[in-house]
Design a protein around this ligand. Structure first.
Ligand code: MGP
Length: 305
């Protein structure tokens, strides 16, 4: 396997071996202190309380296994059923795929579910704390043998072509949206507020590594910007498929997809863990607000609990 990644089951070994490097010193300390382990029954205060209340939706094993999360992960980790749905969806679209790259792996919510479906899953994150949490959570879910991790800034990794040795079947990213404040304005500016770069640059960087790209973005994202970024990079007739994702009837975000394989998807072919698909027409009948434009394919998935 590519040397620059560390195997999720061997973080202790990696931290010992590369002990002179400051980030591995930090990793070693985190492991020794068993840092960020969640005590599921202990409520969190302030703005994290609502995320704690929904903790079992984030990680279903939070009561029975050891789960690790930083404060930032509480509000940015993808809820398990959504991550599970996405991994099944990608598997249905790319049945012979093997290698998935999760660009902002965070606490491993998506990485873990991808590893249930694919044999090689690569997780990247700028934070060594997040890399540690992903590895620990993957161990709790018994999928650490299929995951390889790398700490680093996405900008630098892409510009130095550090990741291009591997041929990824799909590149996925759930980037930082700027915290829970992302809902402050009606429309989320994807060029201004997405971290670590705007949507156009981000999409370009993902497409360098695979023609199949998915991003999880705010539900109030500016779809005009999405359209413009798509055409600017892929040409005037290129499309982006947008899926609105609901959990328990409540909109959580959108999956934006680029790549032929995602357009040929048939819902019937997917083992979709209770995910309900409505067409855009059904959405209108139900009186939902619609943001479809003529060049987009917009669907709603409702993940009922
Ligand atoms: P939320 O919108 O903060 O909470 O996060 P809620 O309860 O749905 O909305 P509210 O209207 O009651 O405030 C919903 C989901 O969005 C989270 O579970 C994450 O999956 C995702 N999410 C939220 N934030 C702030 C981020 C982020 O910064 N990055 C990423 N990748 N996902 C996020």
């Amino acid at each position: 396997m590519v040397k620059s990644f560390i195997h999720a089951s061997k973080i202790r070994h990696a931290a010992r071996k590369r002990k002179h490097h400051s980030k591995y010193k930090t990793l070693r300390k985190l492991i020794e202190e068993n840092a960020y382990k969640i005590e599921s029954s202990k409520p969190l205060n302030g703005k994290l309380f609502k995320y704690w209340k929904n903790r079992r939706r984030l990680f279903s094993k939070i009561d029975s296994s050891s789960i690790y999360m930083t404060d930032e992960l509480w509000f940015s980790v993808t809820p398990e059923r959504i991550a599970c749905f996405l991994a099944n969806f990608v598997k249905a679209c790319i049945p012979n795929g093997e290698k998935i790259l999760d660009v902002f792996c965070g606490g491993g919510g998506n990485t873990i579910q991808f590893a249930k479906q694919f044999p090689y899953v690569y997780g990247v994150d700028y934070s060594i704390e997040h890399i540690y949490c992903t590895a620990k959570n993957a161990q709790s879910y018994g999928v650490d043998d299929r995951i390889w991790l790398k700490q680093g800034s996405w900008k630098k990794l892409v510009s130095k072509e550090k990741l291009s040795k591997i041929k990824y079947d799909c590149v996925f990213g759930s980037p930082p949206w700027g915290g829970p404040e992302y809902l402050r304005s009606d429309v989320y500016d994807l060029e201004l507020h997405l971290k670590p770069m705007g949507i156009t640059k981000m999409l370009k960087s993902f497409l360098k590594l695979s023609p199949n790209v998915i991003m999880f973005l705010p539900r109030n994202s500016d779809l005009g910007q999405l359209s413009r970024a798509t055409r600017k990079i892929l040409g005037p007739f290129a499309k982006c498929k947008v899926l609105y994702v609901k959990e328990n009837g409540y909109m959580k975000g959108i999956f934006c997809m680029w790549g032929e394989c995602f357009f040929n998807y048939e819902p019937g072919t997917q083992g979709n863990n209770g995910v309900e698909l409505c067409s855009e027409d059904e959405k209108q009948e139900k009186g939902e607000t619609t943001v479809a434009t003529k060049d987009k394919s917009v669907d709603i998935y409702d993940i009922n609990g």
